[in-house]
Design a binder for this molecule. Structure first.
Ligand SMILES: *[C@@H]1O[C@H](CO)[C@@H](O)[C@H](O)[C@H]1NC(C)=O
Ligand SMILES: *[C@@H]1O[C@H](CO)[C@@H](O)[C@H](O)[C@H]1NC(C)=O
Ligand SMILES: *[C@@H]1O[C@H](CO)[C@@H](O)[C@H](O)[C@H]1NC(C)=O
Ligand SMILES: *[C@@H]1O[C@H](CO)[C@@H](O)[C@H](O)[C@H]1NC(C)=O
Length: 770
């Protein structure tokens, strides 16, 4: 029994903090390993743009040399080179070689690592090992001619583009020409399949058809586009493709909703004819922004939207091109730019592309090199995140659905106040989030959360301009994970929910969600002036956080602990119930609470009926109940979302009416509570009520004697003794003592019952307590 309880409490504690779990960064934890860690390291390095595009060579190398660190020899005794197995000689060269000096300042700026003071054993941390391997690759490639001979603009340190060329590079420069190394490289990376996120991708090719170089070049450009889409899942719900060529003006060959199969798309590409002329890049970009990436052309706002601009010359209106590309990116379209030949302007290409340009711009010497890019472009387009702008009015709230079983990444614009809700239709999905960097994952994130069909994740964002990056993933082969779909809603304002895993982000920081966040999401909350709220401020010397409103049963007062007080308005069909610390469904009891006087009531001489002075008040006495245990399972069966949302949160405890069940905001977890002594649970009143006669409510004395009257009145009663008592069985009666210790049973008038708290009869009907 004791073990079960500990377990249950552990579960609850976990759930309570899970919303702000995280600040996880395995890339800096010594000894971490696995594909996810390697992806996080290589993504962080490529996103930093410290090095030239390595065309995923670093990622492949990790698989080749240590199976992503999973090889049991990776962290062997006496060898500190980590996942990338950088030996001590090579490591020392990363600090001493003149060839890598230029990278040390960028490394410090991007990663806050002073490379000169790094030691070999630091390479046990994956990020350090990856950086050391990258510096080693730079050193090894420095004297190697660029794979495409004749590259005039390469500033050095260019890395081989294809995996075949990388395998040769590995054999020749990292393995001292050891025969078979290239083969081993190629074998090892076979398991590295394309890691695609969503299928929901809109991909548009904007291709320069003015072809200044050779008649075959446009054919090569078409083949490239055709190869990029070759293995894509082209259909209405999957990948959609559009193709626009430009020279003098632009020609729309097909738009997103035109073809629904790969075969049809590839056939259409094959039929396109070049048209010679100028380089009106700006017109193609404008068309893409205004017409192509719209619903009318079949583009979906909840898809990853990609434009691939392929050109071999300078735009005829560079300024307009830059402006129009900026407008396209602003719409949430990720722009990749491929420049071919020597006639392009690198500055212009960088200005067209999405950030970071080191991963979104490719410079090629000639069209024949395009083939080497097809796998990489396929990979990066798969990884492109869906970009959503922050809703600025409720009209551009976003409600959308994605398939489970994928790894979807999102970049969500933020603004004044946004709530993002993730709710799987079944099972659970994992959510990883970050502000500072893209593609958060289990290995590197600023927060994590778990969304289930019964408990969605709600992320509340306030006062932030940085975009939020989210990765949402599920693996239906793992038990409990979502196998169908999940809903993603991005809406203006605070829409946190009680039954959800809530994450709050403010000014770029993850913080705990406060009760005030929740109250604001649920009700109208008005902050009051603490100096003069219009009634005695309960937040001064506050003992709790929730208080009855002094005169309005459909409102309550919340004190935040910092001296601020808030007036909270329940919905019209609700009232505030103190034992629930919340608004609950229904009408307030006819008699509302009267302030319980701390002074002893004035007791008149015991011969007359006590004067009827006050208007009807008095609620069910809310007795102090104590927590017995935290439970789950069948005991909490009544704690459903439906009941909770209707305000039904308290239930009888089966088989023992001195206890009751209090639901928590976590579905399936409830508290078992024990009523105070001599109290019993009353489902109608939703409270523990007196079980037997009250001897002296001010002294908390109760009596269960069958003849309580015998003991009620003391001989020589003084002013400090109780003169009035409730009748043990009949609420329409009361017992009055006189100063000599005599007891009198008195009757209230018709239609009235005795109120012990007010020491008087009040209008009301006797309650049947079952
Ligand atoms: C360290 O690794 C490099 C390849 O990166 C290799 O050429 C060199 O021989 C190795 N040095 C030692 C001492 O093993
Ligand atoms: C690699 O094999 C080739 C023949 O296949 C041979 O000529 C060459 O010497 C070998 N190189 C090394 C370093 O073993
Ligand atoms: C709670 O659930 C039980 C069955 O598990 C049911 O008999 C009972 O009526 C429910 N109580 C309330 C108040 O809904
Ligand atoms: C109910 O619970 C209380 C305390 O947990 C216990 O003393 C009492 O005997 C129980 N009553 C019944 C009827 O089981």
């Amino acid at each position: 029994m004791a073990t079960t309880m500990t377990l249950l409490i552990a579960v609850v504690t976990l759930a309570a903090v899970a919303g702000v779990n995280g600040q996880g960064d395995l890339t800096r934890v010594a000894g971490a390993s696995g594909a996810d860690v390697v992806e996080a390291v290589t993504h962080a390095i490529s996103e930093s743009c410290v090095f030239n595009n390595d065309h995923r060579m670093l990622r492949r190398l990790a698989r080749v040399v240590s199976n992503d660190g999973l090889d049991p020899n990776t962290y062997r005794f006496g060898f500190e080179g980590g996942i990338w197995q950088v030996n001590q000689t090579d490591f020392q060269l990363t600090q001493s070689s003149a060839l890598v000096q230029q990278y040390l300042v960028p490394i410090r700026n991007a990663f806050n690592i002073d490379w000169t003071s790094v030691t070999w054993s630091d390479l046990r941390k994956p990020l350090y090992s990856g950086l050391a391997a990258m510096l080693t690759l730079v050193r090894a490639s420095a004297n190697v001619p660029h794979p495409s001979a004749g590259n005039t603009r390469a500033t050095g340190n260019m890395f081989p583009r294809t995996s075949e060329l990388q395998a040769m590079f590995y054999q020749n420069n990292l393995k001292s020409g050891l025969n078979g190394s290239a083969y081993a490289f190629t074998q090892a990376i076979k398991g590295l399949t394309l890691s695609c996120g969503t299928d929901k991708v809109d991909i548009a090719f904007l291709v320069d058809s003015s072809v200044s170089l050779s008649p075959d070049d446009f054919l090569r450009a078409k083949t490239f586009a055709s190869e990029v889409v070759k293995d894509s899942n082209v259909n209405t719900n999957g990948v959609r493709v559009a193709f626009v060529s430009f020279s003098t003006g632009y020609t729309v060959h097909f738009i997103f909703n035109q073809y629904t199969s790969v075969t049809a798309v590839r056939q259409a590409i094959a039929n396109i004819q070049p048209k010679l002329g100028n380089t009106d890049t700006h017109l193609a970009l404008k068309y893409a922004t205004d017409t192509l990436f719209t619903v009318q052309s079949g583009s979906r706002s909840d898809a990853a939207r990609i434009a691939i601009v392929l050109t071999d010359g300078q735009s005829d209106d560079s300024l307009a091109s830059k402006r129009n590309a900026a407008a396209l990116r602003q719409k949430g379209v990720t722009v990749f730019v491929i420049g071919v030949g020597t006639d392009t302007d690198v500055t212009e290409l960088n200005a067209l592309a999405s950030e970071p340009t080191c991963t979104h711009v490719q410079n090629l010497d000639q069209y024949s090199e395009l083939d080497s890019l097809k796998t990489e472009i396929r990979q990066v387009s798969c990884e492109t995140s869906v970009k959503f702008p922050a809703p600025t009015t409720t009209n551009n709230n976003i409600h959308t659905t994605y398939q489970c079983g994928k790894t979807n990444s999102f970049q969500i614009g933020t603004g004044q106040e946004t709530t993002i809700t993730i709710r799987p239709k079944n099972g659970l999905v994992e959510v990883f989030g970050s502000y500072g960097f893209g593609k958060p994952s289990a290995s590197r994130n600023e927060f994590t959360a778990l969304a289930s069909s019964t408990r969605p994740v709600a992320i509340y964002i306030k006062d932030t301009t940085l975009p939020l990056f989210l990765t949402i993933q599920s693996d239906p082969t793992k038990s409990g994970q979502c196998g169908s779909e999940y809903d993603l809603d991005i809406v203006l304002g605070d829409h946190l929910q009680r039954i959800s895993e809530n994450v709050c982000l403010e000014r770029g920081k993850v913080r705990l969600c406060t009760p005030l966040d929740l109250l604001k999401a649920l009700y109208t909350v008005v902050q009051l002036n603490p100096v003069n709220p219009g009634f005695p401020n309960p937040c001064v010397n506050q003992v709790g956080h929730y208080y009855h409103h002094p005169y309005e049963p459909r409102r309550f007062i919340y004190c935040d602990g910092a001296g601020n007080l808030y007036d909270v308005y329940c919905y019209p069909n609700q009232f505030y119930l103190d034992s629930a610390r919340d608004c609950v469904l229904g009408n307030p009891p006819v008699v509302t609470s009267a302030p319980v006087t701390t002074q002893r009531p004035f007791t008149p001489r015991p011969t007359t009926r006590p004067p009827y002075t006050r208007p009807p008040p008095v609620t069910t006495p809310a007795a102090t109940a104590s927590l017995v245990t935290v439970a789950s399972g069948s005991l909490c069966a009544n704690c459903t979302n439906g009941n909770w949302n209707q305000g039904k949160r308290f239930f009888a405890y089966p088989g023992n009416d001195t206890m009751y069940i209090m639901c928590t905001e976590y579905v399936g977890v409830c508290n078992v509570k024990q009523c105070a002594i001599y109290h019993k649970w009353n489902q109608v009143d939703q409270a523990c009520t007196y079980e037997n006669i009250v001897l002296d409510w001010t002294k908390d004395q109760y009596q269960t004697s069958p003849h309580p009257i015998d003991y009620l009145c003391k001989q020589g009663q003084g002013d400090n003794d109780m003169y009035f008592h409730p009748h043990p069985v009949d609420q329409t009666k009361y017992i009055q003592c006189d100063e000599f210790g005599d007891a009198f049973v008195k009757e209230c008038q018709n239609g009235e019952i005795w109120s012990q708290q007010l020491m008087t009869c009040v209008p009301g009907q006797p309650r049947v307590i079952g």
